[in-house]
Design a protein around this ligand. Sequence first.
Ligand code: CP
Length: 333
Amino acid sequence: MNNGNQIRTLRSLVNSIGFEGHSLLSINDLSNDQIYGLFELARALEPWNRSAIPLAAGSVMSTLFFQPSTRTRMSFETAMHRLGGAVISEANPLVTSSAAKEESLSDMLKVVSKYANVIVLRHFDDAGAREAIPLSEAPVINGGLGHWEHPTQALLDLYTLWRQYGRIEGLKVCVASPDLIEARTGHSMAQGLARLGAKVTLASTSAKRIPDEVMHKIKAFGVAVEESFDHTQDSFNELISDMHLVYLPGCSAPKGPEAEKFKVLMDQYFVRHETLDAVREKEGRNIYVTHTLPRRAGEMDLCIDNSPSQLYFEAIAYSVSIRMALVAAVLGV
Ligand code: CP
């Protein structure tokens, strides 16, 4: 296919998604058809995720990150550069922007949206951010809001899973963390998986089970979802032996005196590489493991890094393609 035809095909995929001008705050802002449309577009864009295709030439993305980030900010910025657009970034706005002079987030969004065609926002205060976002003149993409949702991490993990299996429906996935209250990625992923027909098991401590608000939404999709509480490391590894994917969303680890207690809990959700190897040897099937990263020392078995189960570094490359697809769909190139 020549370049003109390739661009026409990509434009037609973008238009068929029908998401131009929309903000993405929750994974539920996308219909299932739109999620699959983004997957198809992302796959079509994969050949350019190390080069460039000028679908967004002339557009500007602003990345406003009020919390630290390596992957989300850099992969969005990479995606915009690969699409031929420009990026204006605040990686530490509480120090380097007028937020340091107590400018409100709503004023900041009103101003920045006069410059940028799309804004990617990470903020510690999800309620405040959700109140301010409607005042932006440009669409806003949630790059992680408080403990609420991180929809594009879920989108990239769903896309990675779809690229491995060619489907999401019917896959058994365990979303596991000692604390599913503060795991914003876990909230988005559990809802995305359920929406697309996966069989979801939520493993956590009973004290920090997934919030009722998220559980109600999952159940409203009319799918089977199970909760599984208070595991030992042995019982957790038995549980995951039956899965296609173990999803480790990470969470905010407490600091100070609570940190040691939390490490003991984290140890109960430790995926042993021996568990994965045994299933591979006995049943001839692979259990994938993905962690949204960053990970802490002792949180997972590093032997998995060099095994067929490792999906977390594979997801990094896919993250550029799916974020290219999302940005193109929002800009409506
Ligand atoms: N997974 C994720 O959100 O990573 P960053 O915090 O580095 O963006």
